[in-house]
Design a protein around this ligand. Structure first.
Ligand SMILES: C[S@@+](CC[C@H](N)C(=O)[O-])C[C@H]1O[C@@H](n2cnc3c(N)ncnc32)[C@H](O)[C@@H]1O
Length: 229
């Protein structure tokens, strides 16, 4: 799908070159609070809710969709919160190139693209090799949070995580429909309003788990418009 590109000049938007120049996220935020990441933040409604509740953490929100990045920047600015930054970046690219071993306190992935056709399932973000990368970047005790409205994606991810001994399940079942105080994103709201349950998985990386550095997979670097570089 082609995107209508607009230049993002928001002070909370961090082009990759700025991150490289700053030499890390602590310098960007001006403090070394633990870092959390939301992947595929859409219009940014979730990250603003979670960051407002947790001022003791810094949050990076990423999306590959230029218009979503714009909307997120506007939301962050309107919130007045100083613990969120937005980047237009592909998840695996960011994790491999800018977030290292044990660098994240939490990862949030809400309603990722479900790729419902069987022949497209291999394009889904959540799979075994992605989990290796997630585990490498999460610090011991760090939490992976995943939600989806899509039955097959929820069941498959719940099974994958429950079978992975490197994680401790924060719920008593592989996934749950009980959201508790978990913030509701735009897509989650849309499906809840239609009466469809959300599948929520929350898993903690166990202490003492050793993850070898995952190999970079080819083929996921997207081409950016010049102005976002
Ligand atoms: C279905 S929307 C969900 C948006 C939001 N999380 C919500 O729940 O309202 C999925 C979002 O993930 C983004 N996305 C898809 N693949 C991505 C990737 N590999 N890295 C970063 N963002 C991605 C899309 O651009 C889109 O904005």
């Amino acid at each position: 799908m082609s995107q209508r590109m607009t230049l993002i000049t928001s002070p909370v938007f961090i082009p990759e070159a700025q991150l490289k120049k700053a030499d890390g996220f602590a310098a960007l935020f001006g403090n070394d609070k633990p870092l959390c990441l939301e992947i595929g933040c859409g219009i940014g409604d979730f990250v603003v809710q979670i960051a407002a509740r947790q001022p003791e953490y810094n949050f990076i929100a990423i999306d590959i969709f230029n218009q979503g990045c714009r909307a997120t920047c506007t939301r962050i600015e309107e919130s007045g919160l100083d613990n969120i930054r937005m980047m237009r970046m592909e998840a695996r690219y960011l994790l491999h190139h800018h977030l290292g071993k044990d660098s994240l306190q939490a990862i949030y992935i809400n309603c990722p693209d479900p790729w419902p056709k069987k022949r497209h399932r291999k394009r889904r973000l959540l799979n075994k090799s992605f989990l290796d990368l997630v585990l490498y970047c999460l610090q011991p005790g760090g939490i992976l949070n995943f939600s989806t409205d899509f039955v097959d994606y929820g069941e498959a991810t719940g099974e994958l995580l429950a079978a992975d001994e490197r994680f401790e399940n924060l719920h008593s079942t592989a996934y749950t429909h009980e959201l508790g105080d978990y913030p509701i994103s735009k897509y989650m709201r849309r499906f809840l309003d239609l009466g469809q349950p959300i599948y929520l998985c929350r898993y903690r990386k166990k202490e003492g788990v050793v993850i070898p550095a995952p190999k970079i997979q080819k083929g996921f670097r997207l081409r950016w418009a010049k102005e976002d570089e």
